[in-house]
Design a protein around this ligand. Sequence first.
Ligand code: PLP
Length: 370
Amino acid sequence: MPSPSLTQLALPHVARLHAYTPGLQPTEPGWVKLNTNECPYPPSPRVAEALRREIGADGASLRLYPNPKSSPLRAAVAAHHGLREENVCIGNGSDDILNLLVRIFGTQATPTGFMFPSYSLYPVLVGIQDGRSAEIEFDRSMRLPFERIAASPASVFFLTSPNAPTGVAFSNAELERILTTFRGVLVVDEAYVPFARENAVSLLARYPKLVIVRTLSKAYALAGIRVGYALAEPELIGLLDRVRDSYNVNRLSQAAALAALGDQPYYDAVLTRVKTTRDANLQRLTEKRGWFTYPSQANFLFTEPRNARGESGAAVARSAYDFLCSRKVLVRHFPSHALTASFLRITVGTDGEMTALHESLDAWLKSTHA
Ligand SMILES: Cc1ncc(COP(=O)(O)O)c(C=O)c1O
């Protein structure tokens, strides 16, 4: 008998797994990078100062493990939201927290719920745990199907608000409708909420099965630092602490995140700029180009390109995507489903980057005249 291969030795659900596909991160310069919803502006200057301070002259502090609970950062996050430290758990990016939540609640018998389209990592996390997905599809309106969520067999349900890739946000009244009808844990993934009009933090006091997940990757311009967090009841935070890695957030990331949270006026200015650029470009896409675009409360726009003949659809979106790529403008196309295939998701960049985008879109339009 031949000896089994490594994949044959792996657990069957791992052998079957397809890894998450992150957006491209080109290494050569010159790209207008509008594909992964990063912030187009640098983080607060206090972040680099804090990193230098943490490293010191010779990096000696790096000999030592970090604070295992990220306690000073928990305190700072709690203060930022008017909560207590017991309401906060810090993660190695919010992906870490999302993974831990699936680890706590998701099995074959207790499925993990989420909407489609939304953040495509959720089903991957379920697959890693050998769990079962209970997916509910939006229709083109992208409004929440409350009855279907209420009837979901899921023990934990992930709702992204503002949603990705559409940018559509759900109001607290809508979230309350779910919280009062769905029997499991509702995780509201608020990765993009700093760009929105409303957030769900005020609901925490009334709904013990609500978990809010945030990240510093987007609004705090720290995707490279990998810090996210959960806000919830102390009981839920205790569950997260049981299953997370004991040193899940490194020293430099803790220092950087603390410095960022300490410079709110800087970030308020960044948010204002991103939102102004977003709203101007939403108007340009919808009113000037006549392209259907969802009303975004995030830092990206989900738009349905039309060619010079007025046609839209998956092939048209692909053609625009490829043309933009050839001009080193990188956006995101999700071709595998009818709800997303005719759209492009475009991260809000600087005004200069958005001008470059529109110049390339004009050139693409011309190229489709024939
Ligand atoms: C909805 C949503 N949640 C979470 C994340 C992950 O954030 P982090 O960088 O904190 O892991 C993303 C990243 O794109 C996202 O779109």
